[in-house]
Ligand binder design. Structure first.
Ligand code: ARG
Ligand code: ZN
Length: 848
């Protein structure tokens, strides 16, 4: 009744919908949409409810007969036709509505971006296009006619006819409305083809605005690589003769897997060496893979209801991570993914927004496109794979596709497939989907007479609405090293199911050093009383690359947290790092990761988890001091490495070259504390690619010496929105914290701050919140600025405003004064008249 939707209220739709025919007559202020739905009742006497929002109803008829006002009820939320007005059997419902895409600032439904029409229907945007059962379990075949004077008119499926001013499309695959898409504009395509494993030819097109076509080659290649990979790794072949992908400048999220017509935020498509960084290239390939992989895990098999979102998202993230891992360096990718998981999902799980990968209630589903649903959802799939092994996983996935193709499914269906194919009971494992919170795993060890025992206990703290936390089924990958560094027990997966559990290893000559949670085999916080010597030993000797990095990370985190309360940098860490940076047997990308210190937010999070004071200024100072110590102690080695890791020849975005550049920039950021940023300035001046220009610029900003370069950068790139986003975010996120709130205010007054564009809005607000000590400046100026802009954006684009409000999710970490200031801003937002459901739900949850 309070507008909350509950999982337990799920009921199947009382009608079948076989076929939909849509006709669009495009006009910016008055687009007409005609829909013909072929419906049939599944139960007798049920009213017909169709979702519909912000639609102007023009006409309404059943089997050619106009309905009378008494036959139906029209509300803000939709249209309900009384059972008495419905025929007995199958019938056709015809509607015509008018909508105004040009006035659609929420970027949900049909809207306009720089003169082009485009759509975003997930999760519930289709109801802003026409009256329809806008729920994922209603799957129908779509026929679409578009009338408009644009040169390019696209929809899902296959083109079945076109002429001057019109085009028709037919999608043979039944789909839910959230996968519908339409694009119309003056676009140009980069073409390619792909031959599938059964020999069919697929035409590939990347559509962009004229002028952008010279930045599409990488995206096209990535698409072909993704298609090939899905055939090899999952046996999945593409199922249409055409695949269209469109880049759009105004987009709330990353990209969307609409059947045969993926729509992308242009930042995840367009790349050239001069405009995109190595990280951009990696993300573009990953997200193109992600959306392509959805064709099977999302489109062919979709979700029964939105509570099951992680069924498609967790699995598809897991798939895109594996793809990137195969295309690039597997261990490095795993480390990057764990950094993201901890930085976003552990943070979310530790605060008021904590929820399970499969939530059981929501007010606004768009608020649940979260790190928990996506990234933790992917970890849960990874654990299933660890439990059943690679062959068992492939068997389970084969069964999933065989059993559920064409269906709208649940997490129960998914788990059943693993149970049936492996013969295992996964009922306890299911808690990973239904329970919120990050388990903490404590471990102690004991050695006696050749027998080594590891004893684990697990505990998950209460989360909102879930006070009780039953034990999870946790796969713990463990290896044992002898004191001389040899591996005496190779990686073994221990399965923990109890609250407390011991595992023994026999026949050992000496007490081993354990390497626990190899590859980060479960998304838990591992707590172990251990010495710096042991971590240094693992950093030097572990055969598991993830845990080798983790040992370095543990040392860095420990010394940084101690330094926030006045300790000196730990010499064990400083020396161990020196040994690694010169170790040529390690890949440059891996060494770059080791050299990159934990960010300030990560340090804050670990202090908070340990129940200690979180002082943003002290954290900032400690991190800077540790960098200065490392730079001083290893100056010669770093300078040598900086020179040696220059990449010769023209720019290439491959993993090996990117690894070298990232190592070089990691050295540079330390060296700049010794050479008055002379090297960084020289690199900025000579750089021939965006990775190095932006890397050098960021370093200059950090040391407060970037004025000339920032002005030159702006001048050169002011006509390129994606590059200008980098200009905004770099200076805000890296500038001295004291200056950040004022800089944010100055940048918000810049004529190039087009705040209605989500990428630009995010570059300024996200830039500020990424500047940890700056956002949390004691006087609360950061909070105030941030809240002001959320309030301003909310009436126009509630989805993006709500998403950005998560900057406040960590309020409980900080001192009383900061807590009060953050909560006061949240309360101020919550009190706005006409606040959206999106931001209203977020502030209510944030305030607890
Ligand atoms: N399904 C898209 C993806 O690949 C995300 C779309 C989310 N959009 C939204 N408005 N909630 O991850
Ligand atoms: Zn997705």
């Amino acid at each position: 009744m309070d507008g909350t939707t509950y999982l337990s209220d799920y009921r199947p739709y009382p009608f079948t919908l076989d076929h939909v025919s849509l006709t669009f007559r495009l006009a910016p202020k008055a687009t007409r949409v005609k829909a013909a739905l072929s419906l049939a009742p599944r139960e007798e006497g049920a009213p017909l409810h169709l979702d519909g929002e912000e639609l102007k109803l023009i006409s309404l008829a059943i089997d050619g007969q106009a309905l009378k006002p008494a036959d139906y009820l029209l509300t803000e939320a939709g249209l309900t036709i009384h059972p008495a007005a419905l025929p007995e059997g199958a019938f056709t419902l015809e509607t015509e509505v008018e909508i105004a895409p040009e006035d659609n600032t929420a970027l949900e439904g049909l809207y306009m971006s720089k003169g082009m029409y485009c759509t975003q229907c997930e999760a519930e945007g289709f109801r802003k296009i026409t009256f329809y059962p806008d729920r994922p379990d209603v799957m129908a075949r779509f026929h679409v006619r578009i009338e408009g004077d644009q040169s390019v008119l696209l929809s899902n499926g296959n083109p079945v006819g076109h002429g001057p001013g019109w085009a028709e499309w037919d999608d043979p695959w039944p789909k839910p409305a959230y996968l519908f898409a339409l694009v119309a504009g003056e676009l140009v395509a980069t073409h390619g083809t792909f031959t599938t494993m059964s020999g069919k030819t697929v035409d590939l097109n990347i559509w962009v605005r004229p002028g952008d076509e010279d930045r599409t080659a990488f995206a096209l290649g990535a698409l072909a690589r993704a298609m090939k990979w899905d055939e090899e790794a999952y046996g999945r072949e593409y199922d249409l003769s055409l695949f269209n992908l469109v880049a759009v400048d105004d987009f709330n999220m990353g990209a969307m897997e609409n059947k045969g017509l993926n729509i992308f935020n242009s930042k995840l498509v367009l790349a050239s060496p001069e405009t995109a960084t190595d990280l951009d290239y990696e993300r573009i390939e990953g997200v193109i893979g992600h959306e392509y992989f959805h064709n099977w895990t999302g489109d062919r098999i979709t979700c029964r209801d939105w509570f099951q979102l992680c069924l498609k998202e967790g699995l598809t993230v897991f798939r895109d991570q594996s793809f990137t891992s195969d295309m690039r360096l597997g261990p490095v990718k795993r480390i990057e993914d764990v950094i993201t998981l901890r930085g976003r999902q552990f943070r979310e799980d530790a605060g008021p927004l904590s929820h399970p990968p499969r939530p059981d209630h929501y007010r606004e589903i768009n608020n649940f496109y979260t790190a928990t649903v996506y990234e933790k959802g992917a970890e849960v799939v990874g654990m299933l794979k660890t439990l059943v092994g690679p062959e068992g996983y492939r068997k389970a996935l084969d069964l999933y596709f065989e059993r559920h193709d064409g269906q709208a499914c649940t997490i129960e269906d998914w788990i059943k497939v693993f149970e049936d194919s492996s013969g295992r009971d996964l009922s306890q494992f299911k808690h990973w989907y239904t329970d919120a919170g990050t388990p903490r795993l404590k471990v102690t060890d004991n050695f006696k007479d050749g027998t080594y025992t590891l004893e684990f206990t697990q505990e998950t703290r209460p989360t909102p609405g879930q006070p009780e936390k039953p034990a999870r089924h946790i796969p713990i990958a463990v290896g044992l090293l002898s004191p001389n560094g040899d591996e005496v027990v190779p990686t073994t997966v221990l399965e923990m199911t109890g609250d407390r559990q011991s595992f023994t290893f026999t026949g050992l000559g000496a007490k081993p050093v354990p390497s626990i949670l190899r590859g980060f085999s479960a998304p838990v916080v591992l707590e172990r009383e251990t010495s710096a010597e042991e971590q240094a030993f693992l950093l030097a000797n572990d055969t598991d690359p993830f845990n080798r990095w983790e040992a370095g990370r543990n040392l860095a985190r420990a010394t940084l947290t101690a330094m926030t309360v006045g300790a000196e940098p730990d010499p064990a860490y400083v020396e161990a790092l020196g040994a690694l940076i010169g170790d040529e047997s390690l890949s440059p990308a891996f060494r770059a990761l080791i050299l990159r210190l934990p960010g300030e937010d990560e340090i804050a999070q670990s202090l908070f988890t340990a129940g200690r004071t979180v002082d943003p200024d002290a954290i900032h100072r400690a991190r800077h001091a540790l960098m200065a110590t490392l730079a001083e102690r290893h100056e010669t080695a770093l300078a040598h490495l900086f020179d040696a890791s220059a990449v010769p020849g023209p720019y290439k975005p491959d993993a090996a070259s990117a690894g070298l550049r990232s190592l070089r920039l990691a050295c540079l950021s330390l060296l700049s504390l010794r050479d008055d940023a002379a090297r960084a300035r020289a690199l900025y001046a000579s750089a021939g690619n965006m990775t190095e220009s932006l890397g050098a610029l960021g370093i200059l900003v950090t040391v407060g010496k970037a004025e000339t370069e920032l002005a030159a950068f702006r001048k050169r790139w002011q006509g390129n929105p994606l590059v200008m986003d980098k200009w905004f975010v770099t200076q805000l996120s890296l500038c001295p914290p004291d200056e950040a709130p004022d800089l944010a205010a100055r940048l918000a007054a810049d004529p190039l701050f087009d705040w209605r564009n989500p990428n630009r809005f995010r570059s300024v607000l996200g830039g500020l919140s990424a500047n940890h000590a700056g956002f949390h400046r004691k006087d609360g100026a950061g909070y105030r600025f941030y809240a002001d802009w959320l309030i301003r954006l909310d009436p126009l684009n509630p989805q993006t405003a709500a998403r950005m409000s998560t900057a406040f999710e960590t309020w409980a970490r900080y001192d009383k004064a900061r807590q009060e200031k953050m909560r006061a801003e949240l309360a101020r937002i919550a009190a706005q008249p006409g606040l959206s459901r999106d931001l209203g739900e977020m502030t209510a949850r944030l305030l607890g």
